[in-house]
Design a protein around this ligand. Structure first.
Ligand code: AMP
Length: 172
């Protein structure tokens, strides 16, 4: 685990709710050296899995997801909150560490047989990434891996993603 990267994660207690310690990646993104190291380390793990597309979760999964897609020569697909995508969608609702959420994909975002790498900033309970993997598979995608910057191991999100290869750079 990279201590340089970990030093750039800001803990914000009781955000967005009492009892949640929010892991803020903004300081890590704002620093050119740690931004580059994060993209490079994630890309190193992802590259041999040969994805066709990087699928990022709204909203923080878009930032590094797009950088990874560019670096690896993949396409980028966005999983968005309900009502944001203009074309036909497929949708999933799931439980969060705090509350509930729904995400949608364009129903033509993934072609049958495409190799899909799912990315988000934080793996907490695994509900978000699990739902996105299910949606991709509904569209005929093949999940080749799920990659995060941060993993909150005490929430055991990996169990939720049991069928997939999971990677994170920083564990708590
Ligand atoms: P989960 O579905 O429980 O794995 O939650 C993951 C999603 O919620 C990700 O999109 C994260 O950005 C966000 N999230 C959950 N818990 C935290 C946390 N403690 N700090 C920052 N983001 C979080």
């Amino acid at each position: 685990m990279s201590e340089t990267l970990k030093a750039k994660i800001r803990d914000i207690p009781d955000f967005p709710e009492q009892g949640i310690v929010f892991k803020d990646i903004m300081p890590l993104l704002a620093d050119p050296a740690t931004l580059r190291e994060t993209v490079d380390l994630l890309a190193e793990w992802i590259e041999p899995r040969k994805p066709d597309v990087i699928l990022g979760a709204e909203a923080r999964g878009f930032i590094l997801g797009a950088a990874l897609a560019y670096k690896l020569g993949c396409g980028f697909v966005a999983a968005r909150r309900p009502g944001k995508l203009p074309w036909k969608t497929v949708s999933a609702t799931y439980a969060l560490e705090y509350g509930e959420n729904s995400l949608e994909l364009h129903s033509d975002a993934i072609e049958h047989g495409q190799r899909v790498l799912v990315h988000d900033d934080v793996l907490a309970t695994g509900g978000t990434a699990g739902a996105i993997c299910n949606l991709s598979e509904q569209l005929g995608g093949q999940i080749v891996g799920v990659a995060f910057v941060i993993e909150l191991t005490f929430l055991e999100g990996r169990k939720q993603l049991g069928d997939y290869e999971v990677h994170s750079l920083i564990e708590y």
